[in-house]
Structures are given as structure tokens and as C-alpha cells.
Ligand binder design. Sequence first.
Ligand SMILES: [Zn+2]
Length: 135
Amino acid sequence: MEIEQQEQTIAVVDKNGEYLSHCTKRRAKQLVKRKAAEWVALDMVRLLYDKADKRRFRQEAIERDKYTCYICKKVMHKRHPELSVDHILAKNKGGSDYPDNLACCCKTCNEEKANMDLATYLKIYRDKQRERSVM
Ligand SMILES: [Zn+2]
């Protein structure tokens, strides 16, 4: 019981105001910081988009980038098995799910980049390319 009192829980409602779940205050603040939710009361946040919206954001980014991986420039298509999107600023660093923070990315680059920031990964990637061209 003591722990529950210390950790204030926040109600999460979907964009239509339907109750979804409870989360910690820390998590709620993170959602708001990522522009995924907004405060509607001291103990309640409302999500600004749902799963369908998220799919749309993803699709928008992919089409904007013309199905081209922003790292290795591989061109993919709608049903391409390597097609994915990458968060330019990682989610755990406050990056949003909106199209302006997403880039079309092939799975290989996405997995290799993992949680590195883009500048770090691009440096590694270019070094690798250079090595390949020398050999
Ligand atoms: Zn790639």
C-alpha cells in the first residue's frame, strides 16, 4: 500500500475520452513530452492519436521518402520485407511518433542502428562503406 501512495497513478484515456488504463506519473510525463498525450486533469492524460493514426503517420513518412532507406538509399516498395520506419530522435529520448520524426528505413539499417543516434550510426556506416571500397 505504501508504494501505491508514493507512486501517483495517472488515468490514460484514448483520443475520444474512453478510459484505457492507468500509468505512473513518470510515464504520463514522458507521453506528454513525446506529444503522444496531453494533460486533461491533474491525474489524467488523453492520448492524441491511436493505432490507426500511428499507421497513417508511418505510411506518410514512407511515401514522403519514396520508399527509400534514408541511410543506405535502398529503394523498396509497399510489400517489401525490409520496409520499416525509424525514429530519428529515439522514443526514449523524447522523439515523437509523428511523420516529421520518422524516416523510411530498411530493416537491416534499422536493426544495426538500434538505439544509436543518427550521426553516430552514419559515421559507422560510412566507415564501413569506405572499408568495402578499399578492399
Ligand atoms: Zn538501409
